[in-house]
Write a protein that binds this ligand. Structure first.
Ligand code: ATP
Length: 879
């Protein structure tokens, strides 16, 4: 890598880096350099090793408590218990390890898909290469919207400017050059350099990579600030808190029961053993990993639907989204534009007129100028079109070709001398072209903007001063109200070369073209779904308010009768300060924001957030990046989006479909629901064990569960079905509920009540079977205990079916349709059957043979817990 490349001429840099700037490195050379210099990534981006994941499994309070229980068991020379707890520890860690490893790896794989790519010269060809594969000496080609992938020295450029806020905090654009810069100049002054992580705001540049990875300037900063370790997601934090709280509760309870049992005259050893077992029983194994697993599964599932989630936490935030801000063109509409209407001063033609009266129309003077400006003020340049798929420019070229003009011929006749690129802030594009010894300035853009710079108008009587600007605006409003996207055209001919920053003045207005850009078919349905889900969809567009309104009506965002108040113009939002309550309410209620500039998107996001909304923002341009970053969920388009937009977003829609956002939000909500099911299930099962053993040990009843049986239950009947609940596909009706409040606890008060009722009902049947077998049937102590144990197994396994909300059918809901639940139940039952027949497990678990009658009684009691809970549930007793 190279030191201070800014201070030497670029020819020397190229020489030192040993590369031909016209052909780039060869593949072999690039591979060699990668072996020497490593990958182009920051150290914190390294993948997490399997060892680390394994090690981290043991760094959990749950394992600490289990460890203490194990030590106690060994200290009391209860070898079997000691080893059993050890087995629990190892198994818990193992399940955690495998599930987390898979989750972490799939997340990493998905993150790789979302990595920045860069146009790079290799073997004489321009290739799109993942930024992490770049090596020093690579020749990179950058254009507006790209993220600079490594530190590089500029070789050549055209109007290049960057945004370097990530590096220097400077928010203005930095103009670049390729002059040599003094050695000791500060970073912001090194204008001949491009720095990794900054964004190309405009222009084009060719540069040679001089430093990669942690040797870049941004890498240095990261190293100096020693970025904090990866934080846990809010969901993981909440689950950890819950888990710590439960551990504390368990420990206190275990101590109370042990001591009070001892004072009741029971054997101290037995009470200690029960205390340990209870502690183990109540601990929610699986709780710390369930969030990672559920979120990661959500990510994988979404990636199959072409939605890439870059950060795990984003899945959770998606479920909380209350407002989705979207642009119009290409997201709500097809972005397949065609010329539909031509509006000149003295003439108007529709598409059909042009077909039927083409020759006559082509004779019209104003029409000739319209075509000239449309083709010259256009970045079309032949077959390898560099206008970057700007559909409005493509539509203009297509139109010109259709009526037998040759755009390239016109462009060659009037060579371009300068360009003011289209900017979403100014909403105008201008070019300066030469024709023999004269010059022509061509301008196209939003009607208000173009008109404001016009002094004259071209019509059938030649050029006249323009007097009726307001009339024009009114006429255009009518066209816009039909949903047409409008573009105005103007020009100025002069024989003195104008200076570049005075191009757009004293123009002659030619007219407007209306384009048809139909709404996307599937958007209407998605917007309806959002309405049902209590999520507000807001359109933020640079387009004309009437066009925006019409499209909003067509996609069902606005109702036709009541759309007036819901549209706000950007000019009304200059500042949010000093707005009274009424005005703030109007902004909160508006559904369409038209003629907005990108910086207003950021202000609006902040405004919404101040009003407690969780905002999802869809965007694609380089100017959208701050708003995408600020939003709770930034969503970039995979095809249309610039690298800059993708870089700062949390979600990338690979197919550019608005409807995919709905899939993502649905998934986010489902995951939270799944985690809730998981927690409620696990806690209610654990609660049943604790209460049953506590009541029995504090009364004269035979113990329904022995310590080892409790340990076994925890591994077999709790964890598998619980994890299966965490992997469900979710309720079909999840998008019919309002969004969850971000501060809402995982277990609400109502859910706590439900958890207790489920736990108590299971306890009731376990104690019921104990009493029945002991007092009525007078069966042996072992049989009574075994029957209680099996009843608990059964009651716990079918407890999964109590999880869905009571508004769902008992037979068809998210749990019954979850294949994993059935697999988990089958697996758990199989293990119990194996234990029943396997001598060693019989001994460890103190299992004896039971009769068919006893088996039937177990089934009746076990099943009756489900019946009991469903009865309470359907009568409104639980959620
Ligand atoms: P959205 O933000 O929803 O995608 P949009 O694409 O209409 O909406 P902008 O791209 O900011 O928003 O366009 C705003 C206006 O600028 C358009 O109404 C049009 O008049 C004008 N415009 C669009 N593209 C160009 C272009 N390439 N050259 C000149 N003017 C343009």
């Amino acid at each position: 890598m190279m030191k201070n490349p800014h201070a030497i001429p670029v020819t020397e840099v190229v020489q030192k880096m040993n590369v031909n700037p016209h052909t780039g490195l060869s593949t072999i050379e690039a591979r060699k350099r990668r072996a020497t210099y490593g990958m182009n990534r920051l150290s914190e981006d390294r993948t997490k090793s399997a060892w680390r994941i394994a090690f981290e499994q043991f760094l959990d309070p749950i394992i600490y408590v289990l460890g203490v229980a194990m030590i106690l068991a060994f200290a009391f020379q209860e070898w079997v218990e000691g080893f059993a707890v050890l087995a629990v520890i190892l198994l818990t860690a193992m399940i955690g390890f495998f599930m987390e490893l898979q989750a972490v790896r799939s997340v990493e794989a998905l993150q790789k898909i979302a990595q920045t790519v860069s146009n790079t010269l290799r073997q004489g060809k321009i290739k799109s290469i993942k930024a992490r594969f770049l090596v020093p000496g690579d020749i990179i080609l950058l254009q507006s919207g790209d993220v600079v992938p490594a530190d590089a020295r500029i070789i050549e450029h055209r109007g290049l400017a960057t945004k370097e806020a990530v590096l220097t905090g400077e928010s203005n654009q930095i103009e670049k050059s390729n002059d040599v810069i003094p050695l000791n100049s500060i970073l912001a002054e090194r204008k001949n350099m491009l720095f990794s992580g900054t964004i190309i705001a405009r222009g084009y540049g060719k540069a040679i990579v001089t430093a990669i990875g942690s040797n870049t300037e941004i890498g240095e900063i990261n190293r100096l600030t020693q970025k904090a370790k990866k934080e846990h997601s809010p969901l993981e934090k909440r689950l950890n808190k819950l888990s710590r709280w439960l551990i504390l509760f368990t420990l206190v309870l275990a101590i109370i029961i042990t001591i009070s049992g001892y004072f009741q005259g029971r054997d101290l050893f037995l009470m200690v053993k029960i205390g340990i077992a209870l502690a183990v029983a109540a601990i929610p194994e699986g709780l710390p990993i369930v969030a990672t697993i559920a979120l990661a599964r959500g990510m994988v599932r979404l990636s199959k639907q072409k939605v890439i989630i870059k950060k795990l936490e984003a899945v959770q935030t998606l479920g909380e989204t209350t407002i989705v801000c979207t642009d119009k063109t290409g997201t709500l509409t097809e972005d397949k534009m065609s010329v539909h209407h031509i509006i000149l001063n003295d003439n108007q033609w529709t598409n059909r007129d042009i077909k039927t009266q083409c020759d006559q129309i082509k004779e019209n003077d104003a029409f000739k100028y319209l075509i000239r400006v449309a083709v010259l003020c256009n970045n079309y340049n032949g077959e390898d079109n560099l206008s970057n798929g700007d559909s409005i420019e493509n539509a203009l070229v297509d139109f010109a070709k259709k009526i037998d003009y040759n755009p390239i011929e016109i462009q060659n006749k009037y060579p371009r001398l300068a360009e003011i690129p289209f900017d979403t802030d100014t909403k105008i594009m201008a070019t300066l072209n030469r024709f023999k010894n004269n010059y022509i300035v061509c301008v196209k853009g939003a009607i208000e903007q173009v008109l404001s710079s016009c002094k004259y108008i071209l019509g059938n009587n030649g050029i006249q001063p323009i007097k009726n600007k307001n009339q024009w605006n009114e006429d255009i409003n009518k066209f816009a109200a039909t949903g047409l996207r409008l573009l105005a055209f103007a020009y100025r001919e002069t024989n003195i070369k104008p200076i570049e920053n005075e191009l757009v003045k004293d123009l002659t207005f030619v007219g407007c073209i209306g384009f048809l850009d139909p709404p996307r078919e599937d958007v209407k349905q998605a917007i309806q779904t959002y309405k049902n889900a209590g999520i507000k969809v807001v359109m933020i567009t640079g387009d004309h308010p009437n066009t925006a309104r019409k499209i909003a009506e067509e996609v069902g965002l606005l109702s036709i009768n009541n759309s007036e108040a819901s549209v706000i113009r950007g000019s009304e939002l200059e500042s949010y300060e000093g707005k009274d309550e009424e005005q703030e309410k109007a902004i909160m209620n508006a559904l369409v924001f038209a003629r907005m500039v990108p910086s207003q998107k950021l202000d609006l996001v902040e405004f919404y957030q101040k009003h407690n909304a969780v905002v999802g923002m869809i965007g694609d341009g380089v100017n959208d990046a701050p708003a995408l970053k600020k939003a709770d969920i930034g969503i970039a388009m995979g095809i249309r989006g610039t690298e800059a937009a993708k870089e700062v977003s949390d979600v990338i829609l690979m197919d550019d479909k608005f409807t995919s956002t709905e899939l993502a939000i649905r998934q986010g909500r489902t995951i939270y629901e799944n985690i809730r099911h998981f927690v409620v299930y696990l806690l209610s099962c654990n609660l049943a064990e604790i209460i049953a053993v506590s009541i029995a040990s504090l009364s004269k009843l035979p113990l329904p569960l022995l310590p080892l049986q409790i340990l076994f239950l925890n591994l077999v009947t709790d964890v598998f079905p619980a994890l299966a609940l965490g992997m469900g596909k979710g309720d079909a009706r999840i998008m019919e509920q309002p969004p969850r409040h971000p501060d809402e606890p995982i277990i609400s008060k109502k859910l706590w009540i439900s958890t207790f009722i489920y736990g108590l009902s299971i306890t009731a049947v376990v104690l019921g079977v104990t009493i029945y077998a002991h007092f009525i049937k007078s069966w042996s102590y072992e049989v009574v205990n075994n029957m209680a144990f099996y009843t608990l197994v059964l009651a716990q396994l079918i407890n999964v079916f109590n999880m869905p909300n009571r508004s769902f059918s008992f037979f068809k809901n998210a749990v019954t349709t979850n294949l994993w639940v059935w697999i988990a139940i089958a697996l758990s039952l199989l293990i119990v059957v194996i234990a029943y027949y396997m001598p060693i497990l019989q001994t460890v678990l103190s299992l004896v043979k039971i009769t068919v009658e006893q088996f039937i009684i177990v089934c009746v009691f076990g099943m009756s817990s489900l019946l009991l809970i469903q009865l309470i549930k359907r009568l409104g007793g639980t959620v």
